[in-house]
Design a protein around this ligand. Structure first.
Ligand code: GLC
Length: 604
């Protein structure tokens, strides 16, 4: 029940001690103490609840249930899906949240995993698989900082990124969200990204947003055939049969680097470890992450992640909260599938009343959440800073994205045809030559991404035409050579699980068409992972891997025409055969190309 007098009085007290001097840790902890001392059980539970905005029954629920957080999952966009539309949506929700009895602001999360990728017109950067091949700390930091500016311009203050998975199996639909199969590359790029999002001190500038190291832990170590409840053709959310010593040697170091970088949040992983769901694993979160590693931020569940814990929903709540999850991404409603947030709130309260979850656990979780809210600056400045809007999609950001494309590309073969010449004429074809959606991949505008002109950007043929004319000009010239851009269509998470790591029939036809022209040809591959393309590589004059470059396709042409030299080196081993997968630097696999391979124009 809202008590205006109380709220005003509280705010007077609260902001009367607002910082004149820089807030110290003690100042923040004292403020948290006083807030917690005022909170009811229901308000503590509300603070630990995250809902997807698209599933709200009414906005007023934010205030009535003192909800702590909203998210926009992939595609959960405002009707006017541009930057101002997002800022209006965020401010609309925040205004209502501030009218709750204690007026604690929301923290609002999105998956801006390669730019503010839900928003039309945002700069879309290469996915992590490409950044891992660039393996350039400062570049990775710059990409994340530019992303943070575009996210903060919409009011959003929390990014479920970086994904610091270490993918071991190319058949995983989230392979491209990983930087590398190698722990050191993942550790460095993950830390760089966190500093890019947060700066070295969360909340120190107006574009500092809370980062989220995910998914804890060993999401990339699952076994084919154990995914999505042991489906034989799935690996995502599967089981990782690994020892504690392997977790500590291979999967934990990126999280230690993330904590050292000051990451504000960690997301629990859907997978199981030795058949125990991470979301219910108290050893991981209470003992390892919080006690042993000293993590003082908060842990968020994944999307309906607690629902996948064996047992009824109430026991899911009890197990996950007692395992150390501090905020639960509910997120949904009947139409969104999963449990309704009001069911969650009711069962959570029942569990506390029955002593199944102790109030001290709630206090610890709320303290962690409020600590990050204070550090992020949202407690003092809860509304969008619209001065940042002038920077979104800027030439500066596009230049960073183009540089990231240039540095992420990996050249696997070149008989001398590259670099191309602007004085020659090229026949450009293939499914990826003129498709922004394809070159962006998953997590773009929609959860699964989408082929076609889903947002603004420069396609690969657009980039090529900055250097020379092509067949798109319908010039019936004699072509000196061809460029065939082929590869994977967009996918995200389990939708991308497959053991069919081959070119499509359509792409093979494009290559055959060019072969019949009896001219040399370059293959450019758009992909989230290594594919089995041995013969295609063998028959081509050059083979360039572009990964998922994003909206600045001009960076591919910069490499093709030699304006820039190659820097990219494989951050994943490239297998010869499906049967060899998982094929990594640290197992007994003889790859077609090893981790670290990549040609350049200086050492062909
Ligand atoms: C998804 C993903 C996670 C993402 C979350 C919110 O299922 O597993 O990476 O941050 O839900 O969209």
């Amino acid at each position: 029940m809202k008590n205006t007098t109380f709220t005003l009085a509280f705010f007077t007290l609260f902001f009367a001690c607002a910082p004149i001097k820089k807030e110290t840790t003690d100042d923040i902890e004292k403020k948290i103490d006083s807030i917690i001392s005022l909170m009811t059980i229901e308000e503590k539970i509300g603070q630990m609840t995250q809902i997807d905005q698209q599933f709200l029954d009414t906005i007023q629920d934010l205030s009535d249930y003192a909800i702590g957080s909203l998210l926009s999952g992939g595609g959960s966009n405002p009707d006017t899906n541009h930057f101002e539309g997002w800022a209006d949506m965020y401010d609309k929700y925040q205004k209502v949240a501030l009218k709750s009895r204690l007026g604690i602001p929301l923290i609002y999360g999105v998956d801006a995993v390669h730019g503010h990728n839900n928003v039309i017109g945002a700069t879309i950067f290469p996915h992590n698989v490409g950044l891992g091949c660039a393996n350039d700390y400062e570049l990775c930091r710059k990409v994340s900082e530019a992303t943070a500016v575009e996210v903060a311009a919409t009011g959003i203050n929390w990014n479920f990124s970086p994904c610091i998975a270490i993918p071991q199996d190319d058949r995983w639909g989230r392979h491209y969200e990983g930087y590398s199969e190698h722990v050191d590359i993942v550790s460095e790029m993950g830390a760089a990204s966190i500093i890019g999002y947060q700066t070295t001190k969360l909340g120190s500038v107006n574009h500092s947003i809370v980062a989220c190291a995910k998914h804890f832990i060993a999401d990339g170590a699952t076994i084919w055939g154990t995914g999505m409840g042991n489906q034989s053709d799935k690996i995502d959310r599967g089981n990782a049969p690994i020892s504690d010593s392997l977790i500590r040697a291979k999967y934990l170091p990126p999280y230690q680097k993330a904590l050292d970088a000051g990451v504000g949040t960690v997301m629990a992983s859907f997978n199981s470890i030795n058949d125990l769901k991470c979301h219910a694993n108290g050893y991981l979160f209470n003992d390892l992450l919080k006690e042993e590693m000293g993590f003082d931020g908060f842990v968020i569940s994944d999307w309906q992640g607690i629902d996948e814990i064996p047992g009824d929903y109430k026991s899911d709540i009890v197990k996950s909260v007692n395992a150390g999850l501090d905020m639960i991404m509910v997120p949904g409603a009947v139409k969104g599938g999963g449990e309704h947030y009001k069911t969650f709130l009711r069962l959570f309260k029942e569990a506390v009343d029955e002593g199944l979850i102790l109030e001290e656990r709630l206090d610890d979780a709320v303290r962690r959440i409020l600590r990050i809210k204070f550090r992020s600056g949202v407690m003092d400045s809860p509304m969008t800073d619209r001065t940042l809007l002038e920077k979104v999609g800027s030439d500066e950001h596009k230049a960073i994205a183009r540089e990231a494309v240039q540095k992420s590309l990996v050249l696997l073969k070149n008989d001398g045809i590259l670099p191309l010449s602007s004085s020659k004429h090229y026949y450009v074809t293939g499914s990826g030559s003129d498709d922004i959606g394809k070159q962006c991949g998953g997590w773009t505008i929609k959860w699964q991404g989408k082929l076609g002109n889903i947002t603004t950007g420069t396609s690969i043929i657009d980039g090529i035409e900055e250097y020379t004319t092509t067949n798109r000009n319908n010039e019936n010239k004699k072509f000196d050579a061809a460029i065939v851009v082929v590869g994977e269509d967009p996918y995200t998470e389990m939708k991308g699980d497959t053991d069919q790591l081959y070119l499509s029939e359509k792409d093979k036809e494009s290559i055959d068409e060019v072969k019949k022209m009896n001219i040399p040809y370059v293959v450019v591959l758009i992909t989230g992972r290594p594919l089995i393309v041995n013969e295609t590589i063998e028959n081509s004059n050059a083979f360039l891997v572009a990964w998922l470059p994003g909206t600045e396709g001009g960076g591919v042409a910069d490499i093709l025409f030699g304006d820039k030299n190659l820097q990219g080196k494989l951050s994943f081993s490239w297998p010869k055969r499906i049967e060899d997968i998982p094929c990594n630097y640290d197992n007994i696999c003889e790859p077609l190309f090893p981790l670290g391979f990549g040609l350049s124009y200086s050492n062909d």
